[in-house]
Design a binder for this molecule. Structure first.
Ligand SMILES: Nc1ncnc2c1ncn2[C@@H]1O[C@H](COP(=O)(O)OP(=O)(O)O)[C@@H](O)[C@H]1O
Ligand SMILES: [Mg+2]
Length: 256
């Protein structure tokens, strides 16, 4: 069972201010205001189409927001050039919605890939780092297997091992439990909590799975139509006075 104890302070790691993004004149992010706390599991909930994946792509500057600020350790990354973003991107690890492992590479090669791309580590150093991460995620025995040869839960472990291999400060998970059965989903939740504890990372978990919120969340924010409707603790979420949030909780079977 995951524990919810990490550091007790509430230090802001990433502050998002009035963030906007539109595509072809349609505004998807309409002034996001959000604080993400260091070392905590920060969960972002919201229905499909709310803008969760778009938000996660802005957060790591995979895309260029139209306006607003994303302050990472106090530095606004919105105006930075591709060149200036290189050290910033190293702070982030991302576990994408559909795992996104390379099908034709073994588990080992998948996890080694970012090290070959972004570091000058020797083969021996790479081997040590990869095997260390695979062991930490309990998948070392599958190192020579292809993704198609292992279960969905194990693929998630490998995706997390790969996201951790460059030693990021912040791990972003986009819908980590979508498409998994309930038992595997709770295992993935525990894995996220264990990873946060063990590596001390700041976790941002994007999900519509309310069970995850109450199992592992320290902080929860609801994204609705491109805005943050409420940002609070999981406990306080249950007694929300925001009608949009309570409607979402009722639809999820959380409130009567
Ligand atoms: N690259 C894009 N071009 C145009 N529209 C997009 C693009 N990416 C996302 N959208 C639109 O933005 C809205 C939010 O999408 P998304 O963030 O993927 O939702 P979700 O909360 O389900 O992750 C959707 O209406 C989607 O169609
Ligand atoms: Mg999405």
């Amino acid at each position: 069972m995951a524990s919810k104890t990490t550091n007790q302070s509430n230090e802001v790691h990433i502050a998002v201010r009035n963030l906007r993004k539109s595509y072809d004149g349609v505004e998807v992010l309409r002034g996001i205001e959000l604080d993400i706390y260091r070392g905590k599991i920060n969960i972002i909930i919201g229905g499909s189409g709310a803008g969760k994946s778009v938000f996660s792509r802005q957060l790591i500057r995979l895309e260029q927001p139209d306006s607003g600020q994303i302050l990472v350790d106090g530095i606004d990354i919105v105006p930075l050039s591709e060149w200036q973003l290189i050290p910033i991107r190293r702070k982030f690890g991302m576990v994408f919605q559909f795992g996104a492992l390379f099908d034709s590479m073994t588990v080992y090669e998948n996890v080694a890939f970012p090290l070959h791309e972004h570091t000058r580590m020797s083969r021996k150093e790479i081997h040590e780092r990869v095997m260390d991460r695979l062991a930490a995620l309990n998948v070392a025995h599958a190192a020579s297997k292809l993704p198609a040869e292992i279960s969905g839960g194990m693929q998630k472990r490998v995706a997390i091992a790969r996201a951790l291999v460059l030693e990021p400060e912040i791990l972003i998970y986009d819908e980590p439990t979508s498409g998994l059965d309930p038992i595997t989903s709770r295992m993935v939740d525990d894995l996220i909590a264990e990873t946060a504890e063990r590596f001390g990372v700041t976790s941002v978990v994007i999900t519509h799975d309310m069970a995850s919120v109450f199992r592992i969340g320290h902080w929860v924010s609801m994204l609705h139509k491109g805005r943050i409707e409420e940002s609070t603790t999981p406990d306080r979420l249950r007694s929300t006075s925001n009608p949009i949030v309570s409607q979402f909780l009722k639809a999820s079977g959380i409130l009567d």
